[in-house]
Design a protein around this ligand. Sequence first.
Ligand code: HAM
Length: 428
Amino acid sequence: MIQRPKGTNDVIGGGANPYLENLFQALMDRYNYEYIRTPIFEASELFHRGVGETTDIVTKETYDFVDRGNRKMTLRPEGTAGVVRSYIENKIYGNPSIPFKCWYYGPMFRYERPQSGRSREFYQFGVEVFGSNDPLTDAEVISIPVNIYKMLALKGIKVNINSLGDEESRNKYREALKKYFKSHLKDLCEDCKTRYNKNPLRILDCKEDANKKTIKEAPVMLDYLNEGSKLHFEKVQEYLKTMNIEYQINPNIVRGLDYYTHTVFEVEADIEGFGSQNVLCGGGRYDGLVKSLDGPDTSGVGFALGMERLISALDLSGINFENVGIDAYVVPLEESAKKVALALTNDLRLNGFIIDMDYMDRNLKSNFKQADRLKAKFIIIIGEEEIKNGTLKVKCNKTKKEEVIEFKEIMVYLHEKLSGCDCGECKH
Ligand code: HAM
């Protein structure tokens, strides 16, 4: 038997996935963000230049392949680089209506060691905002996941923020790190020794050295922010307070991607049993990225959340999206009733009802069992007699009471019953 690749998942049936996808769409409409979809694979160079040559994502985790035209391609490990590429290639920056605010949802691929909360194919919902360097947009972006968790009534959420400052501040910090790590190189792993020369900031993000004293005692970025960067960070915090968003400053957040400037943030779930991969989402500002990918000098800020981690946080918190069942199950009693049953099913679906029907020529008893399995609220029975009389037999699946109604009354009947039946027994 062929099995699915390690670190991937099959999602079968309803539950949380479609519910959350609808929630993302509805929320983004309210924020007035546009939908964007970019390719699942892009030229490898995009991620090397976009995400960063020295990041773990690019050096260890990309799925790379050479296509039949000998081009180096990579399955996207994240969404930002592709969206930036699209923003530049489609000259969206030329649109006078700025900022350009967009959202996306789709699969990302990282060759990581699979464990709970970490897979090789995972889904991200993310947003990117281009063209505004106002801290208002940083705060708005942070508010999006916070509002999603609020709408889902997910508790134990911690918003951690930090600032990586502007280029000038980071250059100063980089020098400070070089000076500090120079005398601590022997404590670091082999990869970090390379990082020391190429990009010492990446040492702070090393999974292997994370808990070492040397890392914990390293200089922190916040002490190297220049006045402009400090002011930006203060404004972000003021705006978060204005929206009653609780946060903590965590100077250890450096993020695993090279493109960040100024604000970075991660939201952690403090939920029993959640394990070590407890970062539900992350993001931040990336003011130099569009320019570094050959676009105009344009600010950017965004975030992405992992769907699988969100769903396991919801599961562990006892928040589930049970299948609430269908409105009605249509049963044709004989072959000759099938066409009428099919046409009725089609009409009811077109009019917004959730309907299923018998496709298996089951007898009435087995159909009642199937209606129970589908959690049908009503069962609509059509036989030759009903067709002759222009009627339908409708059975309430809670009270088991049957009524014969006029065929043409079915829409009104279902609508009334489903929006608050007055029989006092069924609680539809
Ligand atoms: P990231 O922190 O690499 O950021 O990923 C964002 C979220 O994706 C994580 O917080 C986590 O929930 C989920 N995630 C990442 N890797 C895995 C994995 N292997 N398995 C399951 N879930 C995972 C980014 O990707 C940036 N592009 C976010 C961003 C957008 N920054 C600015 N704009």
